[in-house]
Design a binder for this molecule. Structure first.
Ligand code: WT7
Length: 568
């Protein structure tokens, strides 16, 4: 019997107080995620239970019990407090998937500061815009990433501390840099936990939109109420599970379900700080005896591509429950996983903004391959008419996904961007920016995004950010960036580029421009193809019509260009 029991029974008189009660929280109490994920679990008698089984590509391994997690997060929290970091200050985690990322996250929350995790493959420009927007006080990083911080720190007077967790003493530290070694520090037994309340800011995750700079999605400690219960009922986590969330905590899946949810449930999780390979992943599952696996469609498609033969080399009978998030999970991937692993990957749908799972296939529920499933209890979901923002009533009609505000993990704002935040609400609904239909039985079927944002392998990339970065290249006069279809990543970045006079359109320049973007932004944002053009399609007012180029890439009808102009 799955944790959720029966979905139909659960939705009848659902109330989030179910989760509050299990967590021993009452309205008005102190609620601190850092404490809930470590101290509380120890108090419940699980101090010696393994919390984190960590390894990297070179075979290094480290294990932490919940008591170790409690002490390490105390130690980091105390160190930060000693530097003068206060509650509400933003502290960026710019780390590979090393233990300090997971432990530091809790340490930051314990002192009431705001955790700002950023993907460590970001280049200096991507890093800069996010730190500048948040006016981040401190950044916790590793030697290998310090050069990127050095490049931009003179533009950031508010950035007071650059904390290096693996300093080896070889080269002198520079201005504002300070070494911190978790292993050499005396463990802090008692840390005064900052008394954060439900509405205290906890985490700031950056997400990309079509226009403008990335937005800082502001979450609060009360998000725990959603994250805890969704993990229990959707991921079906149980006391003896070994859980593997493949997401990087630089993105919301990696924090909501890669730190907060499993540890608040006292679950053992494992982490592999290594790149993707089908063989390495299967070996990891076999070795760690993974029971619950939360991953992403692109990874699953890559595994499909690697073939079934390789699966047979490993004993994966430990697997009990599989789920996926981030992009459309095609029906073939669901059917394939059912056949090959004996368990279908269950699709879940949510966003950085929603903070927790919103639509999902539940264990025990009838699966319709290709569908995102149904709304989580307590989540009121619908599809809206794009013009009137009234719910569509006919099954199968495609509209905009809308959620009634009120679930605990909903973002509380975009950092310093009230106008964009307000623009997400219409007629009392929060609009996710995606389109879907709902069938007769209440299952949601994703049809696409309602904007130009590119979802490449589950990561959102803003065409605007890539276009702006391209313009900084000496050869580029103008550019337009769109998604192009890709077998594994679903979408990849493609750039149309018009060159300045004197530059020759050739393959060598294409590589140079690609590399330029990779370094400045990230490998995700790097165009996989550059098409040279003489000019770009524009509206009369001079705006680039990305949708014309997009339609061409996807072999779709361009549609009525006059309305297109109005839209832009
Ligand atoms: C966007 C959110 C929180 C998960 C990590 C991504 C797309 C997400 C699905 C799904 C189709 C999906 C949507 C959404 N998306 N899950 N199951 N099926 N599309 O978080 O970076 O904020 O991206 O990812 O377009 O709006 P994110």
């Amino acid at each position: 019997m799955p944790n959720i029991g029966s979905y139909d029974e659960r939705i009848k008189d659902f109330d989030w107080s179910i989760s509050e009660k299990e967590l021993g929280y009452k309205d008005g109490d102190v609620i601190n995620i850092g404490w809930y994920c470590s101290d509380r679990i120890c108090q419940m008698g699980k101090a010696d239970k393994l919390a984190l089984l960590w390894e990297n590509a070179t075979g290094r391994e480290k294990n932490y019990t919940f008591n170790d997690v409690r002490l390490a997060s105390n130690t980091i929290g105390s160190f930060l407090r000693g530097l003068g970091i206060n509650d509400g200050d933003r502290v960026c985690l710019f780390l590979d998937k090393i233990p300090e990322l997971y432990l530091g996250f809790l340490g930051i929350l314990k002192i009431g500061a705001v955790a700002q995790p950023l993907f460590s493959a970001f280049g200096d420009e991507s890093l800069y815009v996010r730190l500048a927007n948040a006016e981040t006080t401190a950044i916790i990083t590793q030697r290998k990433h310090v050069a990127k911080v050095r490049k931009i720190r003179d533009q950031m007077p508010y950035l007071k501390h650059i904390i290096v967790v693996d300093y080896d003493g070889r080269k002198p530290l520079r201005e504002r840099e300070i070494a911190f070694s978790l292993e050499e520090q005396t463990p802090v037994e008692d840390l005064e936990i900052f008394p954060t309340k439900a509405e205290s800011t906890s985490v700031l995750h950056y997400t990309s939109g079509t226009t403008g700079q990335p937005k800082g999605v502001q979450h609060v400690h009360y998000s725990l109420i959603s994250q805890y219960l969704t993990a229990k009922w959707v991921l079906d986590l149980r006391d003896d599970d070994i859980y593997w969330c493949t997401a990087d905590p630089g993105w919301v899946t990696g924090t909501s379900y890669g730190i907060i949810a499993p540890w608040s449930l006292g679950i053992t999780q494992c982490v592999q700080d290594a790149g993707f390979s089908a063989e390495a992943w299967y070996r990891f599952i076999q070795k760690r005896k993974v029971t619950v696996w939360y991953s992403a469609p692109t990874a699953i498609r890559s595994l499909m591509k690697a073939g079934e033969e390789i699966v047979k080399k490993f004993d994966l009978s430990c697997l009990r429950h599989l789920a996926s998030v981030g992009e459309p999970l095609n029906a073939e991937a669901v059917i394939w996983s059912e056949r090959v692993f004996g368990h279908a990957f269950l699709d879940t749908y949510w966003q950085t903004e929603t903070g927790s799972i919103m639509l999902t296939n539940f264990p025990g529920m009838k699966i319709k391959p290709g569908s995102m499933g149904k709304a989580f209890p307590g989540v009121e979901a619908t599809v809206l008419d794009p013009k009137t923002y009234e719910p569509l009533t006919e099954p199968g009609q495609v509209g905009l996904i809308g959620f009634k505000p009120g679930w605990p993990a909903m973002m509380r704002g975009y950092w310093n961007n009230e106008a964009t935040y307000k623009g997400k609400f219409h007629n009392g609904w929060y609009l996710s920016g995606d389109r879907s239909s709902i069938d007769r039985e209440g299952y949601f079927w994703f049809t696409g995004r309602d904007d130009d944002v590119i979802n490449t392998g589950g990561h959102l990339v803003s065409p605007f950010e890539v276009e702006s970065a391209l313009l900084e290249h000496e050869a580029v006069a103008e550019s337009a960036v769109v998604a192009k279809p890709d077998e594994v990543n679903m979408e990849v970045v493609k750039a149309f580029v018009a060159l300045k006079p004197g530059f020759e359109a050739n393959a060598d320049l294409e590589l140079k421009i690609m590399n330029f973007i990779r370094k400045k932004l990230s490998p995700l944002a790097m165009p996989q193809e550059i098409e040279y053009v003489n000019s770009l399609p524009k509206t009369r007012s001079g705006k680039i019509m990305r949708r014309v180029l997009h339609a061409k890439e996807w072999n779709e009808e361009v549609g009525d260009l006059s309305t297109l102009e109005d839209d832009e």
